[in-house]
Design a protein around this ligand. Structure first.
Ligand code: KG4
Ligand code: ZN
Length: 371
């Protein structure tokens, strides 16, 4: 491991969706301070509005950074390196967070590191603070299932920077499917937690719903047919209020179908790869107890460890961004990508987001198009 005394403590910023987050880590990955602000304005609008999210990040960041420094008992002058999520995600938020971190780095003459949000999620189970006392960090290779509002993919993690995407959704993400079905059932946003709570009152065998792609080769996911099937069962009720027991049965049947599909897809993924040490799950949907239990059962059947980081590390946070930066520094990577532009789409197979110009700043006119 390289000597990181001149590059730590590091301060990391995450702003790729609707959580504004900041964290400070030392050279061992110990979390010295952390703050997360989950934007609440989107609930009334039924989903994340990118423009509102970007403005809210801008408003929140200065005090959030100050609060994190205070929690860590440090001053800005103690920070040796700044890191931020520069993709994939909503471009407005990426610009705000990465520009803020770059500004701090430039003002203090310190280096900056560009971090891929997906990479950070799938390395999180190795973050010391995410491990429970009885757990040890997974060694490579391990299988990561990332299931959130924005992502649904299965990745073989062979090492830092060595990722093989085995499959992903061909339509909605798992979180989107939960949110959309919850909305149909008259539940609030985000729908996942509300749907899970309602499903506890229902019968998972009450409705016959499809299991999209189950049994097919590969490890892709699809949820749109499942969502449509739920909506068909709702048609007879028209504009009438849905009786609670029907909503509960539909919620339970939908959750069961998602769990069956995920079980099948993860088993397929395990059959596609050489032996792995662990199955890890990340993203907000990993909070779902039914899914967790099913995934844990698969891991047991395969005699591998099962790791689902505590929820605060499963959902978007900045500790994972700081940890991904450290994992890269441990590998001997040198920070120095301050000129790189944020990138709303950034495949894991590409380490660095290419800048639009060698001396590109982060001004919006120099951004890549979002397609
Ligand atoms: O990772 P996350 O906090 O944010 C990003 O999308 O990046 O994930 C949020 C998603 C939402 O779609 C939410 O409905 C879903 O995770 N979710 C759940 C549960 N808790 C959160 N889905 C199913 N069951 C849950 N208990
Ligand atoms: Zn995320």
């Amino acid at each position: 491991m390289s000597d990181l005394s001149s590059l730590t403590p590091l301060l990391a910023i995450e702003t790729s969706c609707d959580d504004t987050a900041c964290a400070i880590l030392d050279s061992h990955g110990t979390l010295l301070g952390e703050s997360v602000l989950s934007q609440e304005d989107h609930a009334a609008l039924g989903g994340v509005v990118p423009e509102i999210a970007a403005r809210a990040h801008l408003k929140a960041l200065p005090s959030l950074v100050d609060l994190t420094l205070e929690r860590a008992g440090l001053a800005l002058s103690d920070i040796a390196l700044f890191a931020a999520t520069t993709g994939p995600g909503l471009i407005g938020g990426l610009i705000v967070g990465s520009s803020y971190a770059k500004g701090l780095a430039m003002a203090r003459g310190k280096p900056f590191m560009s971090i891929n949000h997906i990479e950070a999620h799938i390395l999180t189970p190795r973050l010391p603070a995410s491990l429970r006392p009885e757990e040890t960090a997974p060694n490579f290779p391990y299988l990561a299932l990332l299931v959130s509002g924005g992502h649904c993919q299965c990745i073989l993690v062979e090492g830092v920077g060595q990722y093989r995407r085995l499959g992903g959704t061909i339509d909605d993400s798992a979180g989107e499917a939960f949110d959309k079905v919850a909305k149909m059932l008259g539940l609030g946003w985000p729908g996942g937690p509300a749907l899970e709570a309602l499903a506890k009152e229902g019968n998972p065998r009450a409705y016959t719903l499809p299991r999209p792609l189950k049994g097919r080769p590969g490890c892709d996911f699809s949820f749109s047919g499942l969502k449509t099937a739920v909506s068909r069962h709702l048609e007879p009720f028209g504009r009438e209020a849905l009786p609670r027991h029907i909503a509960a049965d539909l919620a339970a049947s939908f959750q069961q179908a998602v769990a069956d599909v995920m079980t099948d897809r993860v088993k397929q993924a395990l059959a596609m790869v050489p032996p792995v040490t662990a199955l890890v799950v990340a993203g907000g949907v990993a909070a779902n107890q039914t899914l967790r239990q099913r995934l844990e059962n698969i891991a047991q059947e395969h005699h591998i460890a099962f790791l689902a980081p505590p929820l605060r590390f499963c959902t978007d946070n900045a500790a994972m961004i700081g940890w991904a930066a450290l994992e890269r520094l441990y590998q001997g990577e040198q920070p120095g990508d301050i000129a790189l532009a944020p990138r709303p789409r950034w495949p894991l197979s590409e380490r660095c987001a290419p800048s639009a110009h060698p001396s590109a700043s982060t001004s919006p006119s120099l951004m890549e198009p979002s397609s």
